[in-house]
Each structure stands twice: as C-alpha cells, then as structure tokens.
Design a protein around this ligand. Structure first.
Ligand code: KIV
Ligand code: NA
Length: 264
C-alpha cells in the first residue's frame, strides 16, 4: 500500500489510469475512504457549506481548515491529503506563506488555491519553499460574488481560451495538480491532454485524469439538492464503504461521469 504522492499521480496520468478523489473533513470518514482506496482526500473549504451550513465558502477561516486537516491527516495512511487555502488567506505573499505553513503543519501534503494569472508568482513561491500546489480553475467558489452565482465557466471561445492559457501558465509556474470545476467537457479534455500535470475534474466531463466529488453528495445527504455533476452512490449500494468502492470502480471503468452529469 504505497503512499500516494505527486509523482505517483503523475505516473497514473502517464499510464492513462484514472484516479479518484473525495472531500473529507473528519477522521472516521477519511479513514474509511483511505482504506477503500481513494487516492486523494481534499479537506475542502466546502466545509463552510456541508459542515457549517453556510451559503458559500467565503466565511471559512484558516483555523477551521487547519483543524479539519489535522482530523483527516491523523488517520490517513495512503491517500494524498490536500488542504484548501481559504478565502483571503493568500492575498499577500507574507499571508500566503504563513497560511500554507499552518496547513502543512496540520498534516497536509499539498495546498489548493483558486485562481489563474494573478496566482502565478504565488505558485512559484510556494513550490520553491517546499509546498506543493494544486491550482483550481473554472467555477472557483471563493469568487461566487464576482461571478454573480454558482455558474458554469469557460463557455464561449474567448472564455475557453482564457482558461486554457491560465492552465498552461499555472503548470509553467510550478503547480503539480489542477482541479477544473464546472466547465464544458470538451475544454476539460483539451486542458487534460495539453498539460503534463494531472487534472482532476468536478463537473468537467469524463476526460480529466481524475474525478473528485464532495463526500456528502455521493452519500446523498447534502441538504437541498444534489448537483447535476454528482451522483448518490449510497442509494445504489446501501452502504458507505460500498458506495465509495462503486465510485472508484465507475471512474476506473469510464462509467462515471456519464452524459447526464456533464456540461457541453
Ligand atoms: O472545497 C471543495 O470541496 C472543493 C472541491 C469541490 C474541488 O474545492
Ligand atoms: Na474548495
């Protein structure tokens, strides 16, 4: 049971083996997901919504992400643990270094930041100082108030071209992983094929190198509605560990995401 690392994920991409990621926020779920073979566990700032009941992720603090990262990292043996840098925790270089240090001390092996061109220097600075970076493009929820809602991004040639250019630039800057959220499948495919680093999709179609979902969505307990791009695996299995296994298997087999979960 070799530990998942940035380089083992790169090998999976080169072998064209799809991998899976889930969000996790506590020791019990993280431990079970890890045992079932999820490759990447993200302590997402989605915790502001699924744990705290907020309407978006903007109220989440450093201390909160660090706390949940510690809960997850304490038990995980195999998966790569990534922690989200929360809203406004990487606005200046000093702040970025301190925030990243806090998350690495809490047990993260990589941090995730939302944004493109404005983050290039930040990505290089973190990587040079020993903090691996996962970038996040497309629907970046910390910008929900700029977007005017949770809306698909990258539609239209100009927007698609901008996201492709940003993806190339963040790889050049040193990012070792990229999350693409809620963009047309064709654009996600182009980016995944263009970049050397692995690309993880959520609402980005079936052709990214990996797939990530929010754990509450695959277990069907998100209040309100389940997003179009997600799937309730508990409903078809009746057991949490079997639900995780089914998600892993369907990604490996190219069954998930299907057309019904995809934006075009
Ligand atoms: O916070 C989160 O859960 C995320 C994933 C949806 C990628 O950023
Ligand atoms: Na997030």
């Amino acid at each position: 049971m070799a530990k998942v690392t940035t380089s083992s994920l790169l090998n999976l991409k080169q072998d064209r083996t799809k991998f899976t990621a889930l969000t996790a926020y506590d020791a019990s779920f993280a431990g079970a997901f890890d045992e079932e073979g999820i490759d990447v566990l993200l302590v997402g700032d989605s915790l502001g919504m699924v744990i705290q009941g907020g309407k978006d992720t903007c109220a989440v603090t450093m201390e909160e992400v660090a706390y949940h990262t510690r809960c997850v990292a304490n038990v995980v043996k195999r998966a790569l643990v990534i922690a989200d840098m929360p809203f406004m925790s990487y606005a200046t270089p000093e702040q970025t270094m301190e925030s990243a240090a806090q998350l690495m001390r809490a047990g993260a092996s990589m941090v995730k930041l939302e944004g493109g061109h404005w983050l290039l220097e930040t990505i290089t600075m973190l990587t040079e100082r020993g903090v691996p970076v996962c970038a996040h493009l497309g629907l970046t929820p910390q910008s929900v108030h700029v977007f005017g809602g949770f809306k698909i991004q990258g539609r239209g040639d100009e927007n698609a071209q901008r996201i492709l250019e940003e993806a190339k630039a963040i790889e050049q800057a040193g990012a070792q992983l990229l999350v693409l959220e809620c963009i047309p499948a064709q654009l996600a495919q182009t980016i995944s094929e263009t970049l050397t680093i692995p690309v993880i999709g959520i609402g980005a179609g079936k052709d990214t190198d990996g797939q990530i979902l929010v754990m509450h969505d695959i277990l069907g307990i998100s209040s309100g509605y389940i997003p179009k791009f997600s799937k309730n695996y508990l409903a078809q299995t009746g057991d949490i560990r079997l639900a995780v296994k089914a998600f892993i298997q369907e990604v490996a087999d190219g069954v998930f995401p299907a057309e019904e979960h995809t934006f075009n």
